[in-house]
Ligand binder design. Structure first.
Ligand code: AMP
Length: 288
């Protein structure tokens, strides 16, 4: 067989390919919405190390966008994505269209009752059921042994871990660290929306998390005080620019169950979401 990546657009084709490999090979799967960057590449590289076969999906999933979130604006570049996958030794790119995944009459949704309520779930109430519905389909189609997710989307990672457990998928989940630009900004396809000035403003997300981390190292444990400090850092940092910055949330929770906590302890997640102009960015750190 010639070298990959093979671009597969139809579900039955993907399932037939998987059926053959499943007999004696380990399959690693990296779900993405494309417009690949170094964050995605780090997941692909881990998958390449652990598995015989690597499948990357590229699907801008309409079910995880609310009507006001403008899915049509989401950046895409399939040619470049194919090239990146080729360089990384990906075997298959699963690249279905929306009608392939959600044909007329589609009516099932998969959702979790508790983990989706807080953090991003508050301002994006339908987002996570879109994510878990598409992942259920993708897991059934690709039947991976290993799946790779980024800590960048920390709530998503916790939700998927729970879904894998609840639905008895025989899948091992790997959560990999956040890959950042040189200036500390978490890599994201959505950074494409930012002007040079906004990119500079966006540095405050990581800076405020770093400040919290330093204070924790110095002994601060009180989550309310830490949240206030992060809040003021974000509010003050760009005071003198004409940046349009709005905090969506600052939360400090247990990374296992996303429950708010009063005092920092091991495995604490500090997660923030901030609008820079119209673009909503997320970032987080985990205090080990
Ligand atoms: P997306 O294409 O944005 O849906 O992301 C696909 C996967 O890549 C998700 O598991 C993300 O958490 C992960 N990811 C996105 N950005 C980063 C990053 N900067 N570092 C590590 N993983 C990332």
């Amino acid at each position: 067989m010639d070298k990959g990546p093979h671009l597969i657009k139809k579900i039955p084709d993907m399932m037939n390919i998987v059926k053959v490999h499943k007999q004696n090979q380990i399959i690693g799967f990296v779900p993405t919405m494309g417009f690949l960057h170094k964050g995605h590449i780090s997941l692909i590289q881990s998958a390449r190390k652990d598995n015989d076969i690597v499948v990357v999906s590229i699907f801008v999933n309409p079910k995880q966008f609310a009507p006001n979130e403008d899915i049509d604006r989401y950046p895409r570049n399939i040619k470049r994505d194919i090239e990146i996958c080729r360089e990384q030794g990906v075997d298959y790119i699963f690249y279905p269209c929306a009608e392939e995944m959600y044909p007329n009459g589609f009516q099932t949704s998969v959702s979790l009752s508790e983990l989706t309520k807080g953090l991003c779930g508050k301002s994006r109430p339908t987002h996570f059921s879109g994510v878990t519905t598409v992942l259920t389909k993708l897991f059934n189609i690709i039947q991976p042994d290993n799946v790779y997710f980024g800590q960048k989307d920390a709530q998503q990672a916790v939700i998927v871990k729970q879904m894998i457990k609840d639905l008895n998928y025989p899948i091992t989940m790997h959560i990999l660290p956040i890959i950042r630009e040189d200036n500390g900004i978490a890599m994201s396809s959505r950074n494409k929306y930012l002007s040079a000035g906004q990119m500079k403003n966006a540095e405050v997300l990581n800076k405020s998390l770093k400040l919290a981390e330093t204070l924790i190292k110095q002994g601060e444990r009180n989550c309310n005080r830490l949240k206030k400090i992060i809040y003021h850092k974000i509010e003050n940092e760009n005071r003198n620019s004409n940046a349009n910055i709005k905090i969506d949330y600052i939360e400090i929770v247990n990374f296992d169950n996303l429950q708010p906590i009063e005092n920092v302890r091991t495995n604490t997640l500090i997660a923030i979401a901030v609008f820079i102009g119209q673009t909503r960015l997320i970032d987080n750190i985990v205090i080990k």
